[in-house]
Design a binder for this molecule. Structure first.
Ligand code: AHR
Length: 498
């Protein structure tokens, strides 16, 4: 058995957590929309065709914001195709996923669906084939009350009240050669700035996200981010980051993904702060990690021009769930700069929720760490000072074997502590010092672990991998000891006795 300890001090707050760091993403991709969240023929569909079994699984996840409608999809999408009477909407070729888009689900359906799912929208505008003017018209359609062509058209379509979407993305991954109408950093920076001006003129209350590099692996990272921010620093509120991980043969490296994500965030912060210094600006640029997850890109084959193809339907393992837990610790531990983050995605396409067309809903392994953190890691994030062994990785050098996050919510008096033990063969004798929070009573102890890191959930065995509830057998106090199983993710919740 290994030993490790963690001390959390009330004087070491990182930041109040912006709940939007527990966001997610619905793109018109594969079966995310059609036969995912929207399937009028399904037995649980409501009067608008939204699957209520899926809505339930999403509301249990407690996702405060959902990015829509893409992703790569948005760069060839005309939002006007998705409004008005459904029988008059055009069927189009979607250049991003080589699919058929019937436009039966558009911005108004999304607004209704988001309300039912208990979430809000982060709307991406098309800066690929789209123009700044069309982006302005979309915002006018969504957020202006009445008295203009586009706002009155929304009212004609049955939406008297504006949708009032507050968060808008200026395109998607515009540095990627795969993107419809990709462009240089200089061209994007200028287009983003000019679009931002129009959008903020239309509705000054909104916040804007500029596209950062689409990955840390892009050859143009972080130069792209510097050039873009130099062009639009004053007009935007966030720079975006996207990052996906996959198991490539080394469990040690894969489990250390949390460390890689921290490096990525650190570099983007430094780049943004460099631009701030160049501009002599008082404004601190915040980060929107609006795509992150484990994603295996093998499952991408489909017939060309198929409707709702089964692409990117990854089946996640215990190992993947542990990695997702580790990534969540990094996100929360950067809550001072990362104000939004979206688990990409939510349903069917690289997602924690899987649906059978006309059938049941399945929660993949990755559903659980996200659900726990989103529900319980609220309030203020605190530094978790870990003392633990290092492990040696192939690609990241020497990395701490444990990662943890701690939050305290004044409104409930609850402290939540999550810890990932990446030692694959060793449990850990774990000493947790919380004395600066006063006497605490343990109220919840859950562990995600198992003998087979590659086991997952299936429709036949849906609960094969999910957290196990442990007995609450420790006395109230200020310092605690737990045994962390090998390769495990642990949730500990305490109630303050103060
Ligand atoms: O989330 C899947 C895809 O990954 C998104 O469409 C794109 O933005 C990214 O490359």
């Amino acid at each position: 058995m290994k030993t490790a300890s963690c001390r959390v001090h009330r004087q070491q707050a990182i930041s109040e957590i912006d709940p939007r760091i527990y966001g997610s993403f619905i793109e018109h991709m594969g079966r995310a929309v059609y036969t995912g969240i929207y399937e009028p023929e399904h037995g649980t569909a409501d009067d608008q065709g939204f699957r209520e079994d899926v809505l339930q699984a999403i509301s249990d996840l407690n996702v405060p914001i959902v990015r829509y409608p893409g992703g790569n999809f948005v760069s060839g999408y005309d939002w006007k195709d998705g409004i008005g009477p459904k029988e008059q909407r055009p069927t189009r070729l979607d250049y991003a996923w080589f699919s058929i888009e019937t436009n039966q689900f558009g911005i108004n359906e999304f607004a209704d669906w988001a309300k039912k799912a208990g979430t809000s929208g982060m709307i991406a505008v098309n800066l690929g084939t789209g123009t700044p003017q069309e982006a302005g018209y979309l915002l006018e359609y969504c957020n202006i009350a009445q008295g203009t062509t586009w706002s009155d058209l929304r009212r004609e379509h049955g939406y008297e009240q504006p949708h009032n979407f507050k968060t808008w993305c200026l395109g998607n991954e515009m540095d990627g050669p795969w993107q419809t109408c990709a462009m240089s950093a200089e061209d994007y920076g200028k287009k983003a700035r000019e679009t931002a001006k129009i959008l903020k003129w239309v509705d000054p209350s909104i916040e804007l996200v500029a596209c950062g590099s689409s990955s840390r692996d892009m050859p143009t990272f972080p130069e792209w981010d510097r050039i873009v921010l130099e062009a639009c620093y004053d007009e935007v509120d966030y720079i975006s980051l996207h990052r996906y991980y996959e198991y490539e043969g080394s469990q040690t490296d894969f489990l250390a993904s949390f460390y890689d994500l921290n490096e990525f965030i650190t570099t983007v912060k430094a780049t943004a702060d460099y631009v701030r210094a160049v501009k002599r600006s008082d404004k601190v640029m915040m980060l929107s990690l609006d795509e992150w997850n484990v994603w295996y890109r093998q499952n991408m084959d489909c017939k060309r021009w198929e409707w709702a193809p089964s692409i990117a339907e990854d089946e996640y393992t215990l190992l993947d769930a542990l990695v997702v837990g580790g990534l969540l610790t990094t996100i929360v531990n950067n809550a001072d700069r990362v104000k939004m983050a979206c688990l990409a995605q939510l349903v069917n396409a690289l997602a924690p929720i899987h649906t059978a067309p006309n059938g049941a809903v399945l929660k993949h392994t990755t559903y659980y760490p996200f659900q726990q953190v989103s529900n319980f890691a609220r309030g203020v994030a605190y530094r978790s000072q870990l003392t633990c062994e290092q492990v040696t990785t192939k690609n990241l050098g020497s990395v701490p074997a444990l990662t943890a996050l701690t939050t305290f919510d004044d409104s409930t008096g609850e402290l939540a502590h999550f810890v990932l033990n990446t030692h694959q063969d060793d449990s850990v004798d774990y000493q947790l010092n919380l004395e600066s929070f006063g006497r605490l009573q343990l109220i919840d102890h859950q562990v995600l672990a198992g003998d087979d890191p590659f086991a997952g959930n299936t429709f036949e065995h849906p609960d094969n991998i999910c957290p196990t509830q442990k007995p609450i057998d420790v006395q109230p106090g200020e310092q605690f000891a737990f045994e962390l199983p090998a390769a495990s993710w642990t949730l500990l919740r305490f109630k303050s006795e103060a």
